[in-house]
Design a protein around this ligand. Structure first.
Ligand code: SF4
Length: 296
């Protein structure tokens, strides 16, 4: 069995950056470091950072002034501007890990909001990045997710449309069309993350060229779910795992080429771990199969 790791897999720039910030902050000071929400959608990487001292928390931490010095790490998705204000009021030192691609979207949305325009975010209303961008428009932005959402738009207003950075280009284009049906004066800025846009195509190609595709990702990552779907469509012998414990040896045949890939929040060390596990399988006895290929 031949095993290879997708050369394009691994953290995206924003996740790589925030993990590095967390590691740097944890090694440079003893002061407590909290992350507002999970810093990354990968349970095992969170556990690794927690072992280094990172503590996950939620917005309730912003309800009271901190008794002792504390640092608050903002994750790559970003936060509404009032979170920064409340954190400072609670005497937290804020460490901003917002991905620069997301910061740019927040800045653009705020500028158009301040210019009096109707700001439309094409995205998922419950996604933290979307909520963050709304917060940078003082709560005055419309999220278009389903077709009915365009009823909330004021047709006469000058309208500015941007995207949640991680949605697919087709999904964005379809919804831009809906907005243009309803509003006359519409300016569109494609704020999709280039890492995500190119990733679907590369992954489809990688999944199609191997016999079995193992996709490694966290259970709470929407990027994991959507990229795994891309794999499954390109290669029906695709399997989603969180780690080598989820692997069923019956998935493989000795002559298979196995590809390993992962989402934007899957660290390279997890991919290597899975590769090493699969390479060890080459040394053990193959499962006995019936004529339909099922293990006995
Ligand atoms: S997917 Fe793109 S926008 Fe999101 S954190 Fe990664 S680099 Fe930033």
């Amino acid at each position: 069995m031949k095993v290879m790791i997708d050369p394009r897999a691994g953290f995206c720039g924003g996740v790589k950056r925030v993990v590095k910030i967390a590691e740097r902050e944890l090694s440079s000071s003893e002061t407590s470091l909290f992350s507002l929400g999970d810093v990354i959608h990968n349970e095992r990487e969170i556990r690794r950072l927690e072992e280094l001292g990172l503590r996950s928390t939620d917005n309730t931490i912003l309800e009271n002034k901190s008794d002792s010095p504390c640092r608050l790490l903002i994750r790559a998705h970003g936060e509404p501007s009032d979170v920064f204000e409340r954190a400072s009021a609670c005497s937290f030192e804020v460490i901003d890990g917002t991905c620069p691609v997301v910061t740019r979207s927040q800045d653009i949305a705020r500028a158009h909001h301040l210019a009096g325009e109707q700001v439309v975010i094409i995205g998922k209303p419950y996604h933290p990045e979307t909520k963050g961008i709304i917060g940078h428009c003082s709560g005055d932005a419309v999220v278009v997710f389903e077709r009915d959402d365009i009823q909330k738009l004021q047709p006469e207003r000058k309208t500015f449309v941007l995207a949640q950075t991680t949605i697919s280009a087709n999904w964005f284009d379809e919804r831009v069309g809906w907005v243009k049906e309803r509003c006359r004066d519409v300016v569109v800025e494609n704020t999709l993350c280039r890492f995500v846009v190119g990733r679907d195509k590369d992954l489809r190609h990688f999944a199609a060229q191997v016999d079995v595709l193992i996709f490694v990702g966290g259970t709470r990552s929407s990027n994991t779910k959507s990229l795994y779907e891309v794999c499954r469509r390109a290669n029906p012998r695709s399997h989603l795992i969180t780690g080598e414990n989820d692997i069923d040896t019956a998935w493989f045949r000795p002559e298979d080429t196995v590809g390993i890939s992962g989402s934007a929040s899957t660290p390279q060390w997890q991919l290597i771990e899975v590769k090493q596990f699969l390479e060890k399988l080459n040394c053990v006895e193959e499962p006995i199969r019936d004529t339909a290929g099922n293990t006995c």
